[in-house]
Design a protein. Structure first.
Length: 143
C-alpha cells in the first residue's frame, strides 16, 4: 500500500483529500504545518507528498526545498495560489505537479497515481546504446 503525506493548514481540505486517497487505496498521513510535515516525512518517508504552498511557519515552498534536499520523493502541490508564476515557481523548485484550489478530489487522486507511475517507471526505460555495449579488457563489442 502506497503512503501519501498530505500537508494543508485547512482541516476540511485535509479531511477531503485524506478520504479520497484512502478510498483509492492509499495509506494517508496528514500534517497541518511545515514543521509537522517535515517531522512526519522523517518519521515515515512517504511515497508521495501532497503539499499546500501557504502554510503557517515554514511554507510549502520551503518544505519542498527541504524534502528535495533529502531525495526524490514526488511532490504534488495543491494550492489556492493559481497565478502562472506561482505554478512555475512550484514546479521549478522541485514540485512534480501543481493543482489549484478549488479542485476535484478525483482529479487529485488521478494526478497522484500519474506521478507515482512516472516515478516508478523512471528506472525501467529501454537501455541506452552505451549500456548495450559489451566490454572485456580492451575489447568492446557494440551489437
Amino acid at each position: 500500500m502506497k503512503h501519501v503525506l498530505v500537508v494543508d493548514d485547512e482541516k476540511r481540505i485535509r479531511e477531503v483529500v485524506e478520504y479520497a486517497l484512502a478510498k483509492a487505496g492509499y495509506r494517508v498521513t496528514t500534517a497541518a504545518d511545515g514543521e509537522r510535515a517535515l517531522a512526519a516525512f522523517e518519521a515515515d518517508t512517504p511515497d508521495v507528498v501532497v503539499l499546500d504552498v501557504m502554510l503557517p511557519g515554514s511554507d510549502g515552498l520551503e518544505v519542498c526545498r527541504r524534502i528535495r534536499a533529502r531525495g526524490t520523493t514526488p511532490i504534488v502541490f495543491l494550492s489556492a495560489r493559481n497565478d502562472e508564476v506561482d505554478r512555475i515557481v512550484g514546479l521549478e523548485i522541485g514540485g512534480d505537479d501543481y493543482l489549484t484550489k478549488p479542485f476535484s478530489p478525483r482529479e487529485l487522486v488521478a494526478r497522484v497515481r500519474a506521478v507515482l507511475r512516472r516515478f516508478e517507471n523512471a528506472g525501467t526505460s529501454a537501455p541506452t546504446p552505451a549500456s548495450r555495449t559489451l566490454t572485456h579488457g580492451e575489447l568492446v563489442v557494440d551489437p
